[in-house]
Design a protein around this ligand. Sequence first.
Ligand SMILES: *Cc1c(COP(=O)(O)O)cnc(C)c1O
Length: 509
Amino acid sequence: MSDQKRFRPEERVSQGLKFEEPLIFERSRPGKCGFVLGKADWDVEPVDEVAALGDLYREEAAELPEVTEPEVVRHFTRLSQWNYSIDTGLYPLGSCTMKYNPKVNEAMARLPGFARLHPYAPDEWCQGALELLYELERLLCAVSGLPACSLQPAAGAQGELTGLMCIRAYHEARGDSERTKIIVPDSAHGTNPASAAFNGFSVVELPSGPDGTVSPEAVAAAMDETVAGLMITNPNTMGIFEKEIQEICQIVHDGGGKVYMDGANMNAILGKARPGDFGIDVMHFNVHKTFSTPHGGGGPGGGPICVGADLEPFLPVPRIEKVEGKESPRYSRVYDQHPQTLGKVKAFFGNFLVYVRAYTYLREYGSDLPKVSERAVLNANYVRARLGETYHVAYPGRCMHEVVFDDSSYKGLGVSTLDVAKRLIDYGFHPPTTYFPLNVEGALMVEPTETESLQEVKDFIAAMEAIHEEAEANPEFLHEAPKSAFRVRLDETRAARKPVLTYRQFRDS
Ligand SMILES: *Cc1c(COP(=O)(O)O)cnc(C)c1O
């Protein structure tokens, strides 16, 4: 417990903490119980536990914590209050698109017909679910401008893996076996080179130009008959639209390659530009980002891919098919009519309830979908224009849905991007993404999303400005931030290398 800062009494109270830290979790006391089972001693027949439970009756009590119901409720409610969430404030994690999750999505995902459906139920029993999946595929195809979709991949990274498997299978099917490389720009998310490597490709890194984008000349120079394709993110991870994308795709196609688009930033171009129209052959959506789903803490997600006609034969099975019937259409899962399929990449259809949320979200916006992107881009540019007076914007000019600052305005003061991010916690905001993209020094990437009001965005800007003043006046002070959080500054290396994953470890150390 040595390096954990202990709370002063007044801080304890403000955090709802009345006990020594190990006791937060050690609430069990012998004999306490959270329920009563008919120990009636007046004129009600007591419940015969043994008879009521039959075979399920156990001779020895399970080793569970012995606590009362209010203790359990208070324990978990308290833990939830120590956390930060999108339901309590702005969550400007660039690239992650942490937007507010409409509660109607949750209501739909909890409908028993969806939530309690068994994935092995025969098609006749789950026509509604199959219709929803089919319609979601159609909507994603409409947004992407590509003709076919598979909902199987469980998240963006698996979408990348699956999409590249399609590209590999495409070349193999043509007997084009010398294509062993994938071109990836240096600003790409780490999953891009990882997915390429997982597919057995070697990665050719492409440096971004001085304006933060990929140039057609650089792609042309890297392109030859050993290149299977290019992976590109558009808008890219600097929040800049790759304006030369059509020419870039043409160069790759002329060289016999395919273009994969990382669609994590689709939030910026919904209903505005379709990847299929600017030359993309295959892309993934991160539906848990773009179309909302609570995705803090690592999941669950959805990473469907959309592909052009050339790649469609290789999509995973089952595919969903719609056949018009006499009275109503019939939906079925089709396994055996796709001889070139990759097979399965994930059990069933990915995370079904994430897709119920995405479908609800898309239907809720309907033809207003482009407004999502308009507002997301407006919010980001408002942050860029206002904060750009104090902080240094990495690449000048308008941005899309996110804006990247570098550390040049405070590095000279002895303040790091980590300091600024940690201090934001004291102001009541979740920090933006830090130190990504890697090609920007001390990057601070802000993505406000469309769901934040002007007031919330202004409050964030005010906090960032106040922190810059603190950095100028007293840089030392920022090294100790955050000061008001339940946990103060952690040793990040130790936290990563030797994580304390149970309170017992903490108690016993
Ligand atoms: C989030 C993200 C990914 C990975 O997606 P997951 O859904 O987390 O697997 C890939 N690329 C970019 C640019 C991202 O922001």
